[in-house]
Design a binder for this molecule. Structure first.
Ligand SMILES: Nc1ncnc2c1ncn2[C@@H]1O[C@H](COP(=O)(O)OP(=O)(O)OP(=O)(O)O)[C@@H](O)[C@H]1O
Ligand SMILES: [Mg+2]
Length: 399
């Protein structure tokens, strides 16, 4: 048994440092973001000489380096604060995880008073404690709210944090909000908007050439020399440029292609990138399925079980191996599944609507059948392998 582990450890590999390709790794150098990094640094530099920096709102599409660039600036700020013994404190909060005003205030209070426990205290207590601490230490406290659009009571949070500066006789609180939802700003209460957006920064998507340079840098660090073909890097960059210039997607492709090639301990080629793209796409779809609302999940589940069994259309000899389904049989199966899972079944009209939504998400395709088979009816096809869809839906309901 031990041999399996030993074999794994002594197996030849094309990776030099796989960690470098992980989504959590922050490179020392971020190509094409010098301008953005400099701007954020300039904006928060006044904190070092005890002046209140403007609040900053950073936005741009997913994978454009917002989080990495901001974290980079925070670590430089931390170094400078130490060097000059400046009273600057900072906290990085991901609002996808800490998604209420209470949780954000809690994180802030915990950062400033690490030895204290705030369990069970109300928000007002946390707020007062936070102000007291900022004033006592006369610090500038930089609060980074990443994925800020995920905060449930954002207007209240904004209100508290900005009112704080009026209540403070000494010290300041400054915000950096980050979001990839372009319309997020418009949805804010006007007062929150003018508070948060004192300064704005937009991160533009990367083009294929830039993505190529980013991937090349990572390849040098992550793979043994000569194990990644240039054309494979170019192809991964081209795919990611199509996906709205997302560097995270480009890196995912590179890592996955690397894993595929690594299995055979060979160079990474275009073919591996193509296969990686399918695999990554599938991962993304499976993640998407896990966020679907109940009813849509049940409809999708019905489509997937029928597809696995082979629908009536196939049994009637329509389209050979084509596992297309009639909308009628999908509705019947949906009703059965609802009964089994103790959910209320909606009307056929609603189910048609859910099917439209699933089609818009690219999970199924539909078309009208040719005349002949029961007049004209809607044919439904699953876009991904049934067993994968089934396991993703089941996982979702197990949560
Ligand atoms: N200029 C760059 N150079 C090197 N790597 C980069 C660069 N920009 C982004 N990356 C890498 O791409 C990935 C995504 O970057 P990051 O998390 O900063 O994006 P983001 O803009 O915060 O995206 P999201 O809106 O989805 O949170 C990270 O793994 C990061 O290391
Ligand atoms: Mg981010």
């Amino acid at each position: 048994m031990q041999d399996i582990f030993e074999q794994e450890m002594s197996r030849p590999t094309i990776f030099k440092d796989r960690n470098v390709l992980s989504p959590h790794y922050i490179p020392d150098h971020l190509p094409y973001r010098d301008g953005e990094i400099t701007r954020i640094m300039k904006a928060i530099a006044p904190s070092l000489s005890q002046k209140r920096p403007n609040n900053i709102f950073v936005y741009g599409k997913t994978g454009t380096g917002k989080t990495s660039s901001t974290k980079h600036v925070l670590s430089r700020l931390g170094e400078a604060a130490q060097k000059y013994e400046a009273p600057v404190e900072q906290v990085y909060i991901n609002c996808r995880i800490h998604n209420t005003k209470y949780q954000v205030l809690l994180k802030c209070a915990e950062r400033l008073c690490p030895e204290e426990s705030f369990m069970g205290h109300p928000a007002t207590f946390l707020y007062e404690r936070l102000l007291k601490e900022v004033a006592k230490k006369a610090v500038t406290f930089i609060v980074v709210l990443d994925e800020i659009d995920k905060t449930k009571d954002l207007d209240e949070l904004m209100y508290s944090l900005t009112r704080s500066n009026d209540d403070l006789l000494q010290g300041h609180i400054a915000l950096i909000g980050i979001s990839n939802k372009i319309d997020f700003k418009e949805k804010l209460d006007p007062r929150s908007k003018s508070t948060l957006c004192q300064e704005e920064m937009v991160f533009a998507p990367y083009n294929a050439e830039q993505l190529q340079a980013i991937l090349k840098e990572r390849t040098v660090e992550g793979f043994k020399e000569g194990y990644v073909e240039d054309s494979a890097i170019a192809l991964a960059s081209a795919y990611a440029a199509q996906e709205s210039g997302d560097a995270r997607y480009a890196l995912k492709l590179l890592l996955k292609a690397g894993e595929i090639a690594d299995e055979q301990n060979k160079r990474v080629t275009d073919e591996d990138v193509k296969n990686a793209r399918n695999a990554v796409e599938e991962d993304i779809v499976l993640e998407l399925i896990q966020t679907l609302p109940d009813q849509q999940s049940i409809v999708l589940f019905s489509v997937a079980t029928l597809t696995e069994e082979g629908g009536k259309y196939q049994r009637l000899g329509g389209g050979g191996n084509d596992p297309a389904l009639f909308s009628g049989e999908v509705y019947q199966r949906y009703q059965t599944v609802c009964k089994q899972w103790h959910r209320n079944a909606r009307s056929a009209r609603w189910v048609r609507e859910y099917l439209n939504e699933l089609e818009m998400l690219g999970l199924i395709t539909t078309e009208l059948s040719g005349k002949g088979i029961r007049g004209q009816t809607r044919l439904i096809r699953l876009s991904f392998p049934a067993e994968k869809v089934l396991s993703a839906v089941q996982k979702r309901f197990a949560e």
